[in-house]
Design a protein around this ligand. Sequence first.
Ligand SMILES: [Zn+2]
Length: 281
Amino acid sequence: MRWQQGRRSENVEDRRGMPRGTVMVGGGLGMLVLVLLVALLGGDPMALLQQAGNQPPAAVNQPVGGEQDELKEFVQAVLADTEDVWRDLFRQQGRQYRDPKLVLFNGSIDSACGYANAAVGPFYCPADQKVYLDLSFFDELKTRFKAPGDFAQAYVIAHEIGHHVQNQLGISEKVQRMRGRVSEEEFNQLSVRLELQADCFAGVWAHHAQRMKNLLEAGDIEEGLRAASAIGDDKIQMQTRGFVVPDSFTHGSSEQRMRWFRRGLATGDMTQGDTFNAREL
Ligand SMILES: [Zn+2]
C-alpha cells in the first residue's frame, strides 16, 4: 500500500502510556452499549463482560520504539485517507462529514462507552465518536488471524470508520432502538447487518481512495479480503469454542464479510451497502 506520500491526519489522540484514571464508566448501560452496539472487531463480547469486574488489565505485547512510531504514522495516513474520501462522498450528498477522532491506547482505556481492554479488539464508540485502537491488534492480526500486510490493517481502520459513517447517517441509532424490542436472535441479525454494512463501507472507501490517490499495490486487495475473512464470526468462534453457533453471530461469516467488502470495493457506491434490505447476506 502506498500510504507514505499522503498527508497525516491530526485527529489521532495518542493516549498510550497514560494512566487510564479512576473514572470507571464500565458496567451498566455503558458496558451494554459497548458490548451490543459498538462493533467489536474480532473481539469476544464475553471477554469484555468478564473484564467488567475489577480485574487488572492483562499485559499485552507491544511493539516498541521505531516500529510503534511508524505504525502511528501509518494510522495517521490511513485516517487522513478516510477523511478525504468520506468528506467528498458526504459533500456529494449535500451533507457534511464530521471527522472522528482515533484514540491509540495501550492495554486498557476508558471511553464514553465504558472501560475496555485491548482484548476486545478495535472498536468505535458512537457516544464520543471515536475509534479506539491498541496497535498490538495489528500483531494479532498477523499472528493469530494470519492476515498480515498493511492493507489488512487499513481495512480494520476503514471498517471502524464505516461505523462512524453509520453513526453520522443515523443507522446505528436505529438499530440500537430495536434493542429490547426484538428477540436476542433478531437483534443479533441486525447487528450482523450493521457489521456487514461497515465492511461494505470499508470497500467503498478503498474504491475511492484508489481513484483519488492510487494507494493500492499488487496483493493489497487480497490482504484486505484475508483480514475480512479471518475476523468473521465463524472463524473466531471456531478458534475460541471449537464450534459455530450462527444465532450468536454479530459480525457475519467470513464469506459474508468478504462479499460485502468486495461489493463496496467494486462499485464505490454506498447505496450498494443496504444490508438491511438485502434478502440475502
Ligand atoms: Zn464492526
